[in-house]
Design a protein around this ligand. Sequence first.
Ligand code: SF4
Length: 61
Amino acid sequence: MKFFVNEKCIGCTLCASICPMVFSMNDRGVSEAIESEVEPAFEETAIEAMNSCPVNAIEQH
Ligand code: SF4
């Protein structure tokens, strides 16, 4: 399972606080997902972060 943050991100930091193993804020003030496959142990919180994004900026591939 992989995640991707699209251009709709408004930099609210919510995903990075819910699932810091997968999402982090970059120097442009928006979120980025790790490029590698998400470990199964972190999938649940990564999905929770995706579902919590107020602007649906997180995609799952
Ligand atoms: S929750 Fe959504 S809007 Fe907020 S930082 Fe994460 S991707 Fe961006």
